[in-house]
Every structure is written in C-alpha cells, then in structure tokens.
Design a protein around this ligand. Structure first.
Ligand code: HGA
Length: 611
C-alpha cells in the first residue's frame, strides 16, 4: 500500500526521503513522488511511474534539495497508476500534500471545487484534499487551522502530510483510519506511515491515534485532537535497528524470510513456555480469567492470515472441543453475525493495520464478544492497541509481499492459544506437556526441512512452463495446501487452486491431465490412507503428482507420474507449520525461474491499509 515519508530539518532531506521510500517499497506501489521546499521557497516536485530508483535518478538530475519535504509511494485506488496521479498533489504552487487511504465523498467535493473554479490535474480522490486546504488558507487560516477545517469535510480514511510555501517552517499531518507515526530527532522531525522508513534517522516515535493532528517544526512536535486541543502521546523507543530490514546475503527478502523461520519461531515461543507448560499471562494480564470463560471462538483475518485461522479451527475444535468459526474480514464486517455465548473474537494480521480486519474488530466490539484477541507482528499497530488481549508474533520485519515467516509464527501463536484455551477444560487427546514439547521441537525441525532447498529447486523446474497447478491436503493440512497455492499464484502468477483431497472427485478431477501438476502434503497422520487413495485417483487419470511426505511414509507407488520428497518426521500438531516450508520454497524457486519480481509481485501490496 501507499507509503508516506516527510520531514523538517536543518539539513538537506532529499536522500533521507528517498531512503525512506526505499524502505517502504516492500509494501507494494506503482509510482513515487517527492516535493521539497527549495531554498528560494518554491515548492519543487518530481514524480515517476514505476520504481523509487527512477524517482531517485530524476530528483538527482533535477537537483532538488531542501530541508522541508514530503515523499510518497502510491498504490492506486482511484485513477490509474500514472505520473499524473502520483503524489504529492499540489494546489497551485502553494500547498503540497501526500495521502494514504480513500476519500469516499471525493466526487461531491470535486464537483463543488470545480464549480468554485479549481481545475484538477489528476483522477485521484486525494486531490480534493489539497484544494480544500488551499481554500481554507485563502480564507485567512494558517496551515494547521486549514488542515483541521478540511478534515471535517472528509469522509473515508486518511493519513496526510501537508506543507505550504507560505509557511516554510512547518509540516502538518493527520491520521484517521490509516497509520502514521512521527519520528523524533534532534532539531529535526519526521512523519512516516511505517517506522521502518525512519530507522536510519531515529528510533524514537510517537504513534498518532485516530483523529490526531500533528504539527512539526525544527524545534518540536505538537499533537492535537480533532478540535485542535493539545494532547499528550507517549514516545516509543523502537527495538528495530536500521539493518533489520536489509537483505544481507540473500537474493530476495522472501528467501531471507523463509530461512529466518527457525529463529522467528524460537523468538515467538520465547518467554511463553516454561519447562512443561504455557505462560498464559503472555496474552495479557487478564488472559487467564478471560480465556477461562471462553465457550466459542470466532477468527477473522485476510489472505495468508486467514489460512492460519482455518488451520486453528481444526486444532481448537479437535483438541478443545470448542466451536470455532473462521471468516475473511471483508465479509465478516458487512454481515450481521450471530454471536455465540462467551465467544472470543480473534483477529490475525501481520501488520495490524489491515483495513478490513481492523474494521471487523471495531464491529466485533459492538457485538458482545467476551473479549478480543489480536495475533499480530507489529506491537505498535492499531489492531494491537484496540484489542483486549494480544499475542505478538516476534517474526521481525517482513518485507517480501508474499508472507512467509509471519504465517508460520501466527500458527505457532495459535498453538499457544490452543494450549491457553485448553488450560481450564483440559486438552482432548493431548496434554499441555506434549503441546509444549512439540512447540519446542519446531525450530530444529524447520532447520532440517530448509536443508531441502536444493531438491525443491530442482522440482520447481517442472512447474515453470505450466499454466495451472492443484494443491491437495486433508484435515489441518488442507489450509496449508491453500497457503501453498496462494504463494505460487502470488509470486509466479501461475493459476493455482487448493482442494481438500477428498473433494477432487466432486469436480476438479475433470481438470487433471499431464499439464496440471498436483502438489500434495502428506504427513504421517490418521488421514494418510485416505489421502493416498485420492492421489491414486489423480495418477489413474495421467496427472503428475509432487508429494511432500513424511520420511516414514511408504508411498510405494512412486514411479511414473509420482515424485515424492521425504520430509523429516513432524509431530501431529506442528505438521501444518513444517509442511508450509517446502511449499514456500517451491513457490519461491518457480518464481525465480520464471523471472518475476519475487519481493514485489505485480498488483499486490504488503500491508493492505485500504478497504
Ligand atoms: N486514494 C489514493 C491513495 C491510495 C492509497 O492509500 N493506497 O494505499 C490514490 O489512489 O492515490
């Protein structure tokens, strides 16, 4: 999604803003732009369709410099990706603005502004904001008052940064529905939609809250509420270092993040397990009491996080005996769900800023759930701040758009939730000691699976010229098949579908031929024989099978049309996590062989902060 960086300093900001945009590239974007107030007080803007590198070259060639400025990466929602629609947007040569989010009433505002004599140079919803601010200034308001006066006219979601030629000592910003942080320096201050953008210049941040307006000068930062009353906001010290978001020796962030999973899982479990039990207070101080009351679970998430939720449903119903529903957030938020008594609302999101998931949480709070729990990778996110209970996945920054370590750490967190829910009523057919032992085995198990990188790369060659692929799994491995197919389609653009293997004969079997590779995940569990029978149905119709199977499983039928890759044995509960890794590697190697943009696949964005 879009990224914002801005700042006011004594030094030239050009390179700092460009570096900030580079650090936001992972979020996905189609164009980039920058505006600086030049030493002669003119606003000078430069925009480019495509990569930040193209913008960097253009601003260097045009010699832009200045110590007050704004920069933006745009992921189009209104108006095609183009230089004309890229931010910053200007009103005349007076006011410049960058915006993340969507203005829902922009058409109405646009008509009124057109009638009042404004001409529009873009098709975006954003441009109405900058003209509205300019109008307010024409009526005699200063920049801060003009911003506040304008916000009252807007419906929708925004994070905004604004500067104007008339006030070269001030940058103003506002947040409503889209994230925005302030980075605090010495004699210089910054704004950004994500802390990662500012890590080279500061580790100290103020996280703006809903409705906040901020005013930055070289001397300091003031934060106001929507009525421009001063408010106090705490300063957070980020634990992230600037190089936490660097690729190191790896060719892509995605590959780095796949290989970081043993560490990310160990970090996620650290402090949450004692020798033989879970530390439930890791969910929040009221967790033991609140989770003890839970009689049902509703999970809401999007994309990969939704697949984590689907896996957890198998666990929670099987081992806790609690009814568990899972739904994508964009559907949940517009339904009138029936809430079961003492139901826990669980939201899952890597960024904690996913617009649909956040809206679903806000809706859930009106509906009488016993408590809300966020499983999230970003401590400072809105989802975390607005939930009663929180379990952070300590995956570290995830830059590749296609989620990897965020997913497996979400699954580990959901296993911790399973144990916490089972504490008061007892787990069925498993005990906490066993769960803890399986969790502890995870980092080592994942290390061993990642050693299969080379055979998986070799296997990927069979997929490069294919148009379609099918993924199969059963039970708690079915959502892993879904996740594997999502990875493949996201980064290799091969059309991939996943089915519960038993569902094949009800339709998709018709698709099977030698051009349709079929990938299956086959741990050694109670459904293995059923799965094998389903795989035979594929082979009998000439399908090409690629099976990731437990080393102890004898898939004696190997041979023509049957490629088996043996995985080290994984215990029942953690098998969905273990079997995710080869599917991530498969998708990665297919994409590399196809030459796609692995870390920033076309049309996709990392943290989806618009609806
Ligand atoms: N609506 C604006 C900004 C889009 C955005 O925030 N994307 O993440 C536009 O289309 O330019």
């Amino acid at each position: 999604m879009c990224g914002i960086v801005g700042g006011i300093a004594q030094r030239d900001l050009r390179e700092i803003l460009i570096e900030g945009l580079r650090r936001l590239e992972y979020r996905g974007y189609d164009s980039a732009g920058l505006v600086l107030i030049q030493p002669d007080q003119r606003l000078q803007r430069c925009r480019r369709l495509g990569k930040v590198q193209a913008l960097a070259e253009a601003v260097a060639a045009e010699g832009l410099s200045g110590s007050l400025g704004l920069a933006h990466t745009r992921w189009a929602t209104h108006g095609a990706p183009s230089e004309q629609n890229a931010h910053p947007h200007l009103s005349g040569d007076q006011v410049a603005l960058v915006h993340n989010g969507i203005i829902e009433n922009y058409q109405e505002l646009r008509s009124a502004q057109r009638a009042a004599g404004h001409s529009f140079s873009s098709e975006t919803d954003t441009e109405v904001i900058v003209h509205a601010i300019a109008d307010q200034m024409d009526q005699g308001h200063d920049l801060l008052q003009a911003l506040q006066g304008t916000l009252g006219q807007l419906k929708g979601a925004y994070a905004l940064g604004v500067i104007c030629q008339a006030e070269p000592e001030r940058l103003v910003a506002a947040r409503h529905g889209s994230p925005l942080v302030i980075g605090l320096g010495f004699g210089e201050h910054f704004i950004a939609s994500d802390m990662a953008a500012l890590l080279p210049v500061t580790q100290r941040f103020i996280i703006l809250e809903e409705g906040d307006i901020a005013e930055l000068s070289r001397d300091g930062v003031k934060v106001y509420d929507a009525e421009l009353r001063p408010v106090e906001r705490p300063v957070h010290e980020s634990r992230l270092s600037a190089d936490a978001v660097e690729r190191g020796e790896y060719r892509h962030f995605m590959l780095k993040e796949i290989h970081e999973q043993p560490r990310a899982l160990a970090d996620t479990l650290e402090g949450r397990l004692s020798a033989d039990c879970l530390l439930i207070s890791a969910f929040g101080y009221a967790a033991e009491e609140l989770l003890g009351r839970v009689r049902a679970v509703q999970i809401v998430a999007c994309g990969t996080s939704y697949h984590a939720g689907l896996t957890a449903r198998y666990w929670i119903e099987r081992y806790c005996g609690l009814p568990c529903s899972v739904e994508v957030a964009s559907e949940f938020r517009y339904r009138q769900p029936v809430v079961l008594a003492d139901c826990l609302f669980v939201s899952i999101s890597q960024s904690g800023e996913t617009a649909d998931t956040l809206a679903a949480l806000r809706q859930a709070k009106q509906l009488g759930y016993v408590a809300s729990l966020a499983i999230c990778n970003v401590a400072e996110s809105a989802l975390v701040r607005e939930s009663d209970l929180v379990l952070l996945t300590h995956a570290g920054p995830e830059i590749g758009v296609a989620s990897t370590k965020a997913f497996t750490t979400q699954l580990a967190a959901l296993l911790l939730l399973l144990g916490a829910l089972g504490r008061s009523r007892g787990l069925i057919g498993c005990d906490e000691i066993e769960l803890v032992a399986q969790l502890r085995s995870l980092p080592g198990l994942c290390e061993r699976i990642l050693q299969l990188d080379e055979p998986i790369r070799a296997l990927a060659e069979a997929f490069v010229d294919k148009q379609h692929a099918l993924f199969l799994g059963r039970g708690s491995l079915y959502p892993i098949a879904l996740e594997g197919s999502l990875k493949l389609k996201e980064i290799s653009y091969i059309h991939a579908e996943a089915y519960p293997a038993g569902e094949l004969k009800h339709g998709p079997l018709a698709l099977i031929d030698e051009d349709m590779p079929v990938v299956a995940v086959a741990p050694n569990n109670a459904l293995l024989d059923k799965l094998k029978a389903n795989l035979e149905e594929v082979r009998a119709r000439g399908g090409q099978l690629y099976v990731f199977a437990d080393e102890a499983v004898c898939l004696s039928e190997t041979g023509e049309g049957y490629t088996v890759l043996a995985l080290p044995h994984s215990a029942q509960l953690v098998a969905p996590i273990a079997y995710t890794l080869p599917l991530q590697l498969l998708a990665y190697h297919v994409a590399v062989l196809k030459g796609t943009d692995v870390d920033q696949p076309r049309n996709l964005a990392k943290s989806v902060t618009v609806e």
